[in-house]
Design a protein around this ligand. Structure first.
Ligand code: A2P
Length: 335
C-alpha cells in the first residue's frame, strides 16, 4: 500500500488535534507527519502514533515533498500559503472559508458530492461545520422527495471558535461556580450560562457570516443554486457538538415513517429518535462520533408537505477533521 507525507497546518488547534487522532483511528497510511503551527509553538511537540513529533513553524518551504496539506489555522493562513502548497505539488485540503465559494474549488461532503473531487486543481475545501451537519441528513431526503425549502436554527458549540474558546467556556463556568469575576477574551459575550447570536459580522442582507455560509455552501454542495434556505445561527454553552432544528418542505409528501426509514440506511447518519424514552440527539452523545445524530422526526403541522427534525453532530469531527480525512481517503482510494 502507498503511504503519504502529510502536513497538518494548525496542528496544535482544536481541529488540528482531531485530525491527528482521526488519522490514527483510521490507520491512514502516513510515511511522514509534519505538524505546523505558529512560531509560538516551536519547541513543542504533538503525539502521533505513540511518538512525539516536533512542531515546525509554518513557512512556504515546509510544503516541499508533502502529498497532502490539511489546513485548520484560519482563512488568512490558507490564503497566504495556498500558492506554496501548489508549487510544492501538495494537495491542499482546507478547513477554512478562504476558497469555499470559488468556482474551481470543490466543496465536498463525501456522503453528498464525492464526484466533485475529480474536478480539483490542487485545493479542496471542507464546508462550514453547520452546513455539513445540515447537509448529511438532508441529502438522502432531498433525493427521495425533493426539498423545496429549508428553515434551520443552529445551537453551536464553543469548539467552532477554537481551542481557546472551549477553554473560555470552561473557565467562565469555573469562575461562576466559585464566585469569581467572569472574564471575556474570545467571545464578545459571556458564553457560560448564556446564548447569543453567532459571533460573526452581520452582512448587508441582515444575516451574519455564519448564516450566509450555511445558505450559500449548502446550495453549492447540493448543486442547487436557488434552493430557498433561511438560517439563524446561535452560540450555546456547549463544548464541542453543534445541534440544529430543521424544517423542510418537500415536493412530494414525505411521511415521518418514510423519512426515518431513509435516514436509518443513510451513510454518515444515526437515527436517535425514541419518543417513549424522550431520547433524541444531544451534543454530549454526538461528541466523539463520526455520524450525525438525527431525531424528533415529525410532521410540520403548519405545512402539508413539511417535516421537522433535530440533529446533533460533532463539529470538530464530521464538521471538520473527519470530513477532511474522509476526503483524503477518497482521493487515495481508501474509502
Ligand atoms: P499556535 O498554537 O502556534 O497558535 P484554534 O482554531 O483551536 O484556535 O487553533 C488555531 C491553530 O492555528 C493553532 O494550531 C495555531 O497555532 C495555528 N495558528 C494561528 N496563527 C498562526 C500563524 N500565524 N501561523 C501558523 N499557525 C497559526
Amino acid at each position: 500500500m502507498n503511504s503519504y507525507r502529510i502536513a497538518v497546518v494548525g496542528a496544535t488547534g482544536a481541529v488540528g488535534q482531531e485530525i491527528l487522532r482521526t488519522l490514527e483511528r483510521r490507520n491512514f497510511p502516513v510515511s511522514l507527519l509534519k505538524p505546523l503551527a505558529s512560531s509560538r509553538s516551536v519547541g513543542k511537540s504533538v503525539e502521533f502514533n505513540g511518538a512525539k513529533v516536533q512542531i515546525e513553524e509554518l513557512r512556504a518551504s515546509a510544503f516541499e515533498g508533502i502529498d497532502f496539506a490539511l489546513f485548520s489555522a484560519g482563512a488568512t493562513r490558507s490564503r497566504e500559503y495556498a500558492e506554496a502548497c501548489k508549487k510544492a505539488g501538495a494537495v491542499m485540503i482546507d478547513n477554512s472559508s478562504a476558497f469555499r465559494m470559488k468556482d474551481d474549488v470543490p466543496l465536498v461532503v463525501p456522503e453528498i458530492n464525492p464526484g466533485d473531487l475529480k474536478k480539483h486543481h490542487g485545493i479542496i475545501s471542507v464546508p462550514n461545520c453547520s452546513a455539513i451537519i445540515l447537509g448529511v441528513p438532508l441529502w438522502p431526503l432531498h433525493q427521495a422527495a425533493g426539498i423545496e425549502r429549508i428553515i434551520v436554527s443552529t445551537y453551536q458549540s464553543a469548539s467552532g471558535a477554537g481551542a481557546q474558546a472551549m477553554a473560555e467556556l470552561e473557565s467562565q463556568a469555573r469562575a461562576h461556580a466559585t464566585g469569581q469575576p467572569i472574564k471575556r477574551e474570545i467571545f464578545p459575550h459571556q458564553i457560560a450560562f448564556n446564548v447569543f447570536s453567532h459571533n460573526t459580522a452581520i452582512a448587508e442582507n441582515g444575516y451574519n457570516e455564519e448564516e450566509n455560509k450555511v445558505i450559500e455552501e449548502t446550495r453549492k454542495i447540493f448543486h442547487e443554486p436557488n434552493l430557498p434556505i433561511v438560517a439563524t445561527c446561535i452560540r450555546v454553552p456547549v463544548l464541542r457538538a453543534h445541534s440544529e432544528s430543521i424544517v423542510i418542505e418537500t415536493k412530494r409528501d414525505l411521511s415521518p415513517e418514510e423519512a426515518r426509514e431513509i435516514l436509518s440506511k443513510a451513510p454518515g447518519v444515526k437515527v436517535v429518535d425514541s419518543r417513549e424514552k424522550n431520547h433524541f440527539p444531544m451534543p454530549l452523545e454526538a461528541s466523539g462520533q463520526h455520524d450525525v445524530l438525527v431525531g424528533r422526526i415529525r410532521r410540520d403541522l403548519s405545512h402539508p408537505r413539511g417535516l421537522a427534525l433535530f440533529v446533533s453532530g460533532d463539529q470538530l469531527l464530521k464538521g471538520a477533521a473527519w470530513n477532511a480525512v474522509q476526503i483524503m481517503e477518497y482521493l487515495v482510494g481508501k474509502s
